[in-house]
Design a protein around this ligand. Structure first.
Ligand code: ZN
Length: 158
Protein backbone atom coordinates (compact mmCIF):
# COMPACT_ATOMS: atom_id res chain seq x y z
CA UNK A 1 0.00 0.00 0.00
CA UNK A 2 1.31 3.41 -0.95
CA UNK A 3 2.09 5.75 1.90
CA UNK A 4 -0.23 8.70 1.76
CA UNK A 5 0.13 12.02 3.53
CA UNK A 6 -2.82 12.63 5.81
CA UNK A 7 -4.78 15.81 5.56
CA UNK A 8 -5.24 18.05 8.58
CA UNK A 9 -8.57 19.79 8.52
CA UNK A 10 -9.07 22.94 10.59
CA UNK A 11 -12.17 22.86 12.73
CA UNK A 12 -13.76 25.31 15.09
CA UNK A 13 -15.11 23.91 18.29
CA UNK A 14 -17.71 25.61 20.41
CA UNK A 15 -16.54 25.49 24.01
CA UNK A 16 -18.93 27.02 26.53
CA UNK A 17 -17.23 28.31 29.65
CA UNK A 18 -17.90 30.52 32.65
CA UNK A 19 -15.72 33.50 33.31
CA UNK A 20 -15.14 34.78 36.83
CA UNK A 21 -15.66 38.52 37.13
CA UNK A 22 -13.50 38.53 40.27
CA UNK A 23 -14.30 40.49 43.41
CA UNK A 24 -13.93 43.92 41.78
CA UNK A 25 -15.92 43.01 38.68
CA UNK A 26 -18.58 41.25 40.72
CA UNK A 27 -19.21 44.39 42.78
CA UNK A 28 -19.24 46.56 39.64
CA UNK A 29 -21.83 44.36 37.90
CA UNK A 30 -23.88 43.92 41.08
CA UNK A 31 -24.23 47.70 41.37
CA UNK A 32 -25.38 47.89 37.76
CA UNK A 33 -27.95 45.17 38.27
CA UNK A 34 -29.24 45.97 41.72
CA UNK A 35 -29.02 49.76 41.86
CA UNK A 36 -28.57 50.94 38.25
CA UNK A 37 -25.36 52.72 39.26
CA UNK A 38 -22.02 52.87 37.49
CA UNK A 39 -18.79 52.95 39.49
CA UNK A 40 -15.14 53.43 38.66
CA UNK A 41 -12.22 52.94 40.97
CA UNK A 42 -9.55 55.60 41.26
CA UNK A 43 -5.86 55.05 41.91
CA UNK A 44 -4.79 56.67 45.18
CA UNK A 45 -1.34 57.43 43.76
CA UNK A 46 -1.86 58.74 40.22
CA UNK A 47 -5.62 59.38 40.14
CA UNK A 48 -6.25 57.19 37.11
CA UNK A 49 -9.85 55.91 37.03
CA UNK A 50 -10.94 52.56 35.71
CA UNK A 51 -14.12 51.12 34.29
CA UNK A 52 -14.25 48.26 34.74
CA UNK A 53 -12.73 48.55 38.21
CA UNK A 54 -9.33 46.89 38.38
CA UNK A 55 -7.32 45.40 41.20
CA UNK A 56 -4.06 46.97 40.01
CA UNK A 57 -3.59 50.42 38.48
CA UNK A 58 -2.58 49.99 34.83
CA UNK A 59 -0.39 53.10 35.04
CA UNK A 60 1.56 52.75 38.28
CA UNK A 61 0.91 49.14 39.27
CA UNK A 62 -0.25 49.76 42.83
CA UNK A 63 -3.28 48.07 44.33
CA UNK A 64 -6.47 50.00 43.58
CA UNK A 65 -8.97 50.71 46.35
CA UNK A 66 -11.89 48.35 46.80
CA UNK A 67 -15.48 49.16 47.60
CA UNK A 68 -16.72 51.46 49.11
CA UNK A 69 -13.87 53.74 48.01
CA UNK A 70 -15.11 53.91 44.43
CA UNK A 71 -16.39 56.88 42.49
CA UNK A 72 -19.96 56.90 41.22
CA UNK A 73 -19.97 58.04 37.61
CA UNK A 74 -22.72 58.87 35.16
CA UNK A 75 -25.45 58.31 34.36
CA UNK A 76 -24.68 61.43 32.32
CA UNK A 77 -21.76 61.66 29.99
CA UNK A 78 -20.24 63.26 26.91
CA UNK A 79 -19.66 61.47 23.61
CA UNK A 80 -15.98 61.64 22.70
CA UNK A 81 -16.07 59.28 19.72
CA UNK A 82 -18.76 57.41 17.83
CA UNK A 83 -19.22 55.11 14.91
CA UNK A 84 -22.19 54.04 12.85
CA UNK A 85 -22.59 50.50 11.60
CA UNK A 86 -24.78 50.21 8.53
CA UNK A 87 -23.70 46.79 7.30
CA UNK A 88 -26.10 44.09 8.55
CA UNK A 89 -24.49 41.61 10.91
CA UNK A 90 -25.33 39.36 13.83
CA UNK A 91 -24.38 39.10 17.46
CA UNK A 92 -21.71 36.36 17.56
CA UNK A 93 -22.79 35.38 21.09
CA UNK A 94 -26.46 34.87 20.32
CA UNK A 95 -26.73 34.59 16.55
CA UNK A 96 -29.37 37.31 16.68
CA UNK A 97 -29.44 39.72 13.75
CA UNK A 98 -28.67 43.23 14.95
CA UNK A 99 -30.65 46.23 13.83
CA UNK A 100 -28.80 48.62 11.59
CA UNK A 101 -27.89 51.37 11.56
CA UNK A 102 -26.37 50.81 14.96
CA UNK A 103 -24.28 53.37 16.77
CA UNK A 104 -21.66 52.93 19.45
CA UNK A 105 -19.91 55.66 21.33
CA UNK A 106 -16.96 56.25 23.61
CA UNK A 107 -18.64 58.08 26.47
CA UNK A 108 -16.76 60.11 29.06
CA UNK A 109 -18.90 59.68 32.15
CA UNK A 110 -19.63 62.53 34.56
CA UNK A 111 -17.86 62.33 37.91
CA UNK A 112 -14.42 61.06 36.91
CA UNK A 113 -12.10 61.09 33.91
CA UNK A 114 -13.18 57.70 32.66
CA UNK A 115 -14.74 56.38 29.46
CA UNK A 116 -17.08 53.54 28.62
CA UNK A 117 -17.89 52.16 25.19
CA UNK A 118 -21.58 51.45 24.73
CA UNK A 119 -24.52 51.76 22.34
CA UNK A 120 -25.98 55.17 21.54
CA UNK A 121 -29.72 55.44 20.99
CA UNK A 122 -29.24 58.08 18.29
CA UNK A 123 -28.59 56.60 14.87
CA UNK A 124 -29.31 59.64 12.71
CA UNK A 125 -25.99 60.68 11.22
CA UNK A 126 -27.20 64.28 10.93
CA UNK A 127 -27.80 64.50 14.68
CA UNK A 128 -24.75 62.65 15.92
CA UNK A 129 -21.85 64.85 16.94
CA UNK A 130 -18.84 64.82 19.18
CA UNK A 131 -19.37 66.34 22.63
CA UNK A 132 -23.10 65.59 22.59
CA UNK A 133 -24.54 65.00 26.05
CA UNK A 134 -26.06 61.60 26.79
CA UNK A 135 -27.31 59.59 29.74
CA UNK A 136 -27.40 55.88 30.49
CA UNK A 137 -30.80 54.24 30.10
CA UNK A 138 -31.09 51.11 32.21
CA UNK A 139 -33.39 48.16 31.74
CA UNK A 140 -36.21 47.86 34.28
CA UNK A 141 -34.96 46.29 37.52
CA UNK A 142 -36.73 42.97 36.97
CA UNK A 143 -34.94 42.56 33.62
CA UNK A 144 -31.42 43.41 34.81
CA UNK A 145 -28.92 40.57 35.15
CA UNK A 146 -25.80 42.26 36.54
CA UNK A 147 -24.32 42.62 33.05
CA UNK A 148 -23.11 45.60 31.05
CA UNK A 149 -26.19 44.99 28.90
CA UNK A 150 -28.26 46.20 31.88
CA UNK A 151 -27.55 49.57 30.26
CA UNK A 152 -29.72 49.52 27.14
CA UNK A 153 -27.95 52.45 25.53
CA UNK A 154 -27.07 56.10 26.06
CA UNK A 155 -29.80 58.59 25.12
CA UNK A 156 -29.18 62.13 23.92
CA UNK A 157 -30.20 64.65 26.59
CA UNK A 158 -29.74 67.98 24.83
ZN1 ZN B 1 -2.01 54.73 39.46
Amino acid sequence: MEKQELLVLPMRQKTPYNWSAGIYGSKFFAELGENAKIYANKCTKCGFCCIYPRVVCPRCSIRMPYWPDWVEVGPGGTVRLFNIVEQPFFNPNTGENLKVPMTTGLIELDGAPVVLTHYLEETDQERLRLDMRVEAIFKPKDERQARISDILHFRTIE
